[in-house]
Design a protein around this ligand. Structure first.
Ligand code: SF4
Length: 242
């Protein structure tokens, strides 16, 4: 494990984005020092979600509510974009699937993940814009892991579903999607801090591509324990550079 020398005194930040990331970094370190277990990773994910949600609520209290989001259940135009995920998020998502999916739903999910992995293997986020492969976690058009969805998915938002639809159907139109940037940035800052905390504790801090990582985690039930022991189990799922 990496030498544990960093303390909060060494990380004094004035920038709000850095403060959020630093809070996430500290929660990861505090949790891991109680034990390197899957349960700890699940707790890290839950705490990260609470942190981001709390900061966003505080920002909205101070700055006023944002415009209403166009995002609704069953609206999944953004669910073809590449999602980058940390290992604690991935393993929490798999824990949710294990606890909530029937054997038939699990088999169906594995089949969708296998198919999507073949269609997207090696693609970067730019190539994914044009591949239009829907996330295999969609079931009947809805996110089947909504309570355990990744931080990136929680941050993504839109004020205008029609532009999202156009973005999916005509990716070369390059329309900017109007959105609440505070929501997007806060979840992104928490994810950055989470990654820093993992690195500081000697764990891999790479961001993984969701479909490739899920393919490994569903296929190898002991992947999480092996990753905690330092094995590069998810190396082939590291999100490709653009
Ligand atoms: S995890 Fe859920 S919200 Fe995120 S891309 Fe997949 S289906 Fe959409």
């Amino acid at each position: 494990m990496a030498e544990k020398t960093s303390t909060s005194q060494n990380h004094i930040h004035e920038d709000p984005e850095e403060k959020i990331a630093d809070a996430a970094r500290r929660l990861v370190i505090k949790a891991l020092r109680r034990g390197y277990t899957i349960e700890t990773l699940n707790n890290i994910f839950a705490s990260s979600v609470s942190l981001a949600g709390g900061v966003l609520a505080a920002v909205r209290r101070v700055k006023g509510a944002s415009k209403p989001a166009a995002c609704r259940a069953g609206c999944n135009y953004c669910c073809h974009l590449q999602v980058e995920i940390s290992v604690p998020e991935l393993l929490s998502l798999v824990s949710y699937v294990n606890e909530n999916f029937s054997p038939e739903e699990m088999e169906a999910l594995k089949a969708r993940v296998h198919e999507a992995e073949l269609q997207t293997r090696g693609m970067n986020s730019y190539e994914r814009l044009f591949a239009r492969v829907l996330c295999p976690l969609l079931s009947d058009g809805q996110c089947s892991v909504y309570p355990a969805r990744p931080l990136v998915c929680r941050g993504y938002n839109s004020y205008n579903w029609a532009i999202c639809a156009q973005d999916l159907n005509y990716p070369r139109s390059w329309r900017l999607i109007p959105h609440d940037s505070a929501q997007k940035n806060i979840y992104s800052d928490v994810l950055e801090g989470l990654s820093s905390g993992l690195k500081e504790e000697g764990l891999s801090s790479d961001f993984l591509e969701l479909i490739a990582a899920l393919h490994i985690a569903l296929d190898q039930p002991d992947a999480g324990e092996r990753w905690l022991a330092g094995e590069p189990v998810f190396q082939s799922a590291v999100a490709p550079e653009e």
